[in-house]
Design a protein around this ligand. Sequence first.
Ligand code: PGA
Length: 246
Amino acid sequence: MKTESTWANLIICDTPQDAAEEVAQQIAKRVRESPMCKLGLATGGTPVETYKRLVQWHRQDDLDFSSVTTFNLDEYVGLGPKHPQSFRRFMDDQLFDHVNINLLNTFVPDGTASDQEQECRRYESKIQETGGIDLQLLGIGHNGHIAFNEPGADATSRTRVVDLTDETIKKNARFFESIDDVPRTAITMGVGTILEARKIILMATGPGKSEAIKTMLNRPATSAHPASLLQTHPNVTVVVDQAAAG
Ligand code: PGA
C-alpha cells in the first residue's frame, strides 16, 4: 500500500517478505533499465531477504549484474574481508558470490587499511569517479542511525571513522561470539555522502523499528536522529512492513 508522507514516498507492506519483495523489485527494475547503474548497498538483518530475491531472479530470470557497480555503506575497523562478521564477507555471502557481478566493481571500505583516514578519502573519491550512486539502499537503527552515522552525525558529514554507540555495539553483539568481539569503531559513508545518491530507499521491518520510523517521518530533521536528515532529499522511498509502520 502506498500512503502519504509529507516528504517521502511511503510504502507499507503486509509482511517483512512483502517488504523484501518490494525493495528487490525496485532494485531489479533499476538494474534492468540501467545495466551500468551504481548501487549503494546495506548490510544487517533487514536486507537479507531482498538479496535472496535478487539472487533468485538472477538464476531464474537472468537478472544481469555484469555491468553493475556497488558501494557499501560501511565496514568495521579491524575486520578483514574474510572475517565472518565483516561487511565485505556479508556481501560476498549474501549476494556477490551468487550473481554475475564483477567483484572488481564491488566496493566496501577496507577496515584493515593501515591509514584509515586515507581509506576514507579514497572511498569518497571512488564514488565521485564513477559518477555517484544512483540508488542507495538503507536500513535504520533503533536510535535513528543510517549506516554508522550515529546520533549527532552532521548532515554534511563525509566518509570517516566513527565510534559506535554502546547501543549499536549491544545490538550487533548478536552476530558475534561475545560483545567484547564487536569492534568499537567503523568506517562509514557520511550523511552528506548518502544524501548525494540520486534515489534513496530506506527499509525497515519489525515492531522494534516503529519508533525510529515515526520519528524519522514526523519529527523535524535533526542530527539527533540522523535518518530524519533524509527529509532534505528530494527522492526518498520508505518501505516498511505493518509492524514497523506501527
Ligand atoms: P538491521 O540493522 O537491519 O540489522 O536491523 C539496520 C541498521 O542498523 O542500520
